[in-house]
Ligand binder design. Structure first.
Ligand SMILES: Nc1ncnc2c1ncn2[C@@H]1O[C@H](COP(=O)(O)OP(=O)(O)OP(=O)(O)O)[C@@H](O)[C@H]1O
Ligand SMILES: [Mg+2]
Length: 431
């Protein structure tokens, strides 16, 4: 799917309030990657990839934008923390592992797709095995068992929880960590040691899952999967490097920590520039992978990055602090807004939450005030306030009553916090 920048922005608008500049920037970057990939090799190689660095305070949507973007375009996506890496030669994770992680994600995506494709083919085999097992169960108690009726029973969903004994492959071998790289001994010896079957007891529901996996693994050509996955990661992968500001030491590098941070920046450079990273699935070229870096940049500035790296992140967007108007919108308009989330959850327990407009105003104002007077958490503040507002309802809803409407208005919110305040004050006096 190749969205135009406008389409990308309008999709992002469904989830993210404000931050128009950042949305535009990521939309353009994504499209530019597509544009570049369509050019003949001679022209293409002259154009350096245009990666993005987003700066802005905490909780204003940096990570959320990247995550939504990846979901939207169905790209393999990984989010990594820059602080997790250490310079090559030191103990710890090397930066190339972010590419290996991306490939893992791509492999999983391709495999899942293939599995769906072959499901129709393998389902009859799986059901046959389950019916065999059900047959063994019934033979113990019934004199006459009919496979036909067992199939019907299976399809009716009546015996999902029945425990059956099926023969399944032994679980994969444990992973062994060697110098930070995970190498699966299981896959190393694939094809060498014969895989062993083992009889296991499990519910019909679980057996279907396990057998489906086994049977589809048999017919899915893993070489193809790996190849497709690498292509997917190379052409559509997005790597989101969070906390990039934390690996930018202040200029005069004197301590070893600063030296090693700069080392990490240097290690990142070739990956962002385009290089080949070996993975257990094959070599991955990083030329078209889109990198989005983000950080709060409180202490260090983007300009403190080593110049070569700065050059690879030419698109810079600053995300704005959110206002109380933004907060109000965030509370109610996005598809996954917190108020919607709580409503859906509490409906399970027969509570119909109704948020009055003035309640949203109150919460938004409160969030802004709290962010100003104590730590600025951005939109994350809304989550903590909402949790408190609905604590009482959440605790008392049992589902054993008929559907109840609970109206949350400004007074409700105020009362919750007035009580809190009093409890708090009380504690002070008891001391
Ligand atoms: N502009 C926004 N629109 C909608 N929701 C938002 C917005 N900004 C933040 N949120 C909500 O706040 C939460 C935190 O946002 P996010 O993870 O994007 O923060 P961040 O900018 O990456 O901060 P940090 O620097 O701490 O990583 C998200 O789960 C999201 O629901
Ligand atoms: Mg973040």
């Amino acid at each position: 799917m190749n969205y135009t920048p406008k389409q990308i922005v309008s999709e992002l608008d469904k989830y993210i309030v404000g931050q128009a500049k950042a949305k535009r920037a990521v939309a353009v970057a994504l499209r530019n990657r597509y544009r570049r990939s369509r050019l003949p090799a001679e022209v293409r190689d002259e154009i350096t990839p245009k990666n993005i660095v987003m700066s802005g305070p905490t909780g204003v949507g940096k990570t959320e934008i990247a995550r939504r973007l990846a979901k939207l375009v169905g790209s393999p996506f990984v989010k990594v923390e820059a602080t997790k890496y250490t310079e090559v030669g030191y103990v710890g994770r090397d930066v190339e592992s972010m590419v290996r992680d991306l490939v893992e994600v791509a492999v999983r995506m391709v495999k899942d797709n293939k599995k769906k494709e072959v499901e129709d083919k393998v389902m009859p085999i799986v059901e046959n095995k389950i019916v065999d097992a059900l047959f063994q169960n019934r033979r113990v108690t019934q004199t006459e068992v009919n496979r036909e009726t067992l199939f019907e029973e299976l399809h009716s969903g009546k015996c999902e929880d029945e425990i059956i004994e099926v023969s399944v492959l032994e679980s994969p071998k444990p992973m062994m960590a060697i110098g930070g790289n995970e190498i699966s001994l299981g896959s190393m010896f694939d094809g060498l040691a014969p895989q062993r079957h083992k009889k296991k007891k499990m519910s019909v529901r679980h057996a279907r899952e396990v057998l489906l996996q086994e049977e589809s693994d048999k017919i899915i050509d893993m070489d193809n999967v790996n190849e497709e996955a690498i292509a997917l990661a190379e052409e559509q992968g997005i790597i989101f490097i969070d906390e990039i500001d934390k690996i930018i030491g202040k200029s005069q590098a004197s301590t070893t920590a600063d030296v090693s941070r700069e080392g990490v920046q240097r290690d990142i450079l070739p990956i962002v520039e385009g290089s080949t990273v070996p993975t257990k699935y094959g070599n991955v070229k990083t030329d078209f992978i889109l990198f989005i870096a983000a950080g709060a940049f409180h202490v260090s500035k983007i300009e403190d990055m080593i110049p070569e790296l700065q050059g690879r992140f030419p698109i810079r967007v600053e995300l704005e602090s959110l206002t109380k108007e933004d907060f109000k919108k965030i509370l109610s308009t996005p598809k996954n807004a917190v108020t919607v989330q709580y409503s859906n959850m509490l409906k399970v327990d027969n509570i119909n939450l109704v948020f009055k407009d003035d309640a949203l105003d109150e919460i938004a104002e409160m969030a802004e005030r709290e962010n100003e007077t104590s730590e600025d958490l951005g939109a994350r503040r809304l989550h903590t306030i909402m949790e408190t507002v609905l604590e009482d309802v959440s605790f008392n809803a049992t589902g054993e009553h008929p559907m109840l409407d609970v109206m949350i208005d400004r007074n409700y919110v105020k009362n919750v916090f007035k009580d809190k305040q009093q409890q708090f004050d009380l504690k002070k006096y008891v001391l």
